[in-house]
Design a protein around this ligand. Structure first.
Ligand code: DOR
Ligand code: ZN
Length: 349
């Protein structure tokens, strides 16, 4: 490929994003809205977004926090619970309030305590979702404390296999995949199954978190795995394969809650994700596939039009980005990709 120093891509979509609420929402929202057209918004607030009315109110809160002049469409999700009202879910889907439902195994991650304890208890929810064409997003890790944390994603695949067999027409996204087994699993499935891949899981292996000192800002869930898994996930992302697309899982936590004896899981990548991805795709000789990963595959999967506005990228001197985003509750550290970034994103805002 001849070297390009400018490129245009359709405005990207972030198909997995945590915006939180209140003051943190106000501080982090512009970081995503500056570059992204739309994002699938995770519902793991406290309390969780579990009803259509809560999703509508949360969407309004996001829109109210959006600075004037910025354009951004939040695509809302519901938090699946064992006792959720499927009629309320269906009404929220038909009313265009929600775009997906998120399954958190109870205890698997941040604010997942009200999630699903036993998948057998939500079969009727899957059935309704399949019937009305509402996609399922899965945090695919078993929460069993007896299972090693590095094996939790691999162990969960059996449950995904069972869901796919029982509900073959249920559109299903395995979120933030981190293993070669997940990559292979998704590739074996039909086009009704996809996976999101985060920016940080394309960069990190477990040594980055643990070797030579513990680095809390690289701790997220699913936790980064061995190098060969990072390579498999990276290869899937840059391949252009339609079943893999960007979901950053950008997850802001105030620094004092990350740099703590029991630090929270999450990497905050919204600010520099696009520059990091362009850098990675260039290194992999795959810049031609960047727009598929960031802007086309996810939209196609969710049945949305590809954004008709564009983002222009230019290659030059190292990009300056803030180390931290300041909120009135404290600072949030921006993900350090451990490499200089040369792709600048030109924004109108
Ligand atoms: O690292 C993570 N952070 N993984 C998750 O699953 C949840 C997220 C959060 O909400 O902080
Ligand atoms: Zn997440």
């Amino acid at each position: 490929m001849t070297f390009q120093n400018r490129m245009k891509i359709p405005r990207p979509d972030d198909m997995h994003l945590h915006l939180r609420d209140g003051e943190v929402l106000k501080a982090v929202l512009p970081e995503s809205a500056r570059h992204f057209a739309r994002a699938i918004i995770m519902p793991n607030l406290q309390p969780p977004i579990a009803t259509g009315a809560q999703a509508a109110a949360y969407r309004d809160q996001i829109m109210a926090a959006l600075p004037k002049g910025m354009e951004f469409t939040p695509l809302m999700t519901l938090y699946m619970t064992e006792d959720m009202d499927v009629e309320d879910m269906a009404a929220a889907c038909h009313g265009g309030i929600i775009s997906a439902v998120k399954l958190y195994p109870a205890g698997a991650t941040t604010n997942s305590a009200s999630g699903v304890r036993n998948i057998d208890n939500v079969q009727h929810v899957f059935e309704k979702m399949e019937e009305i064409g509402l996609p399922l997003c899965i945090h695919g890790e078993v929460a069993d404390p007896g299972v090693d944390i590095f094996d939790r994603e691999k162990e969960f695949l059996e449950k995904v296999r069972r869901i796919r067999l029982a509900f073959p027409n249920l559109k299903t996204v395995l979120e933030h995949i981190t293993t070669s087994e997940s990559v292979e699993f998704v590739k074996e499935q039909d086009s009704g199954m996809a996976a999101t891949i985060t920016t940080h899981h394309m960069v990190l292996n477990r040594n980055h978190i643990l070797a030579g000192g513990i680095r809390p800002h690289y701790y997220c869930l699913p936790v980064a795995k061995r190098e060969h898994h990072r390579k498999a996930v990276l290869k899937a992302a840059v391949s252009g394969h339609p079943s893999f697309f960007l979901g950053t899982d950008s997850a802001p936590h105030i620094d004092s809650r990350k740099e703590s004896p029991c630090g929270c899981a999450g990497c905050f990548t919204a600010t520099n994700t696009i520059s990091i991805l362009a850098e990675i795709f260039q290194r992999e000789n795959a810049l031609d596939n960047l727009a598929d990963f960031t802007s086309r595959n996810g939209a196609n999967f969710y049945g949305l039009p590809v954004s008709d506005s564009t983002l222009e990228l230019s290659h030059g001197a190292p990009v300056d980005y803030p180390e931290k985003i300041h909120t009135s509750e404290g600072s949030v550290t921006v993900f350090d990709p451990m490499m200089p970034l040369h792709w600048h994103v030109e924004t109108r805002n």
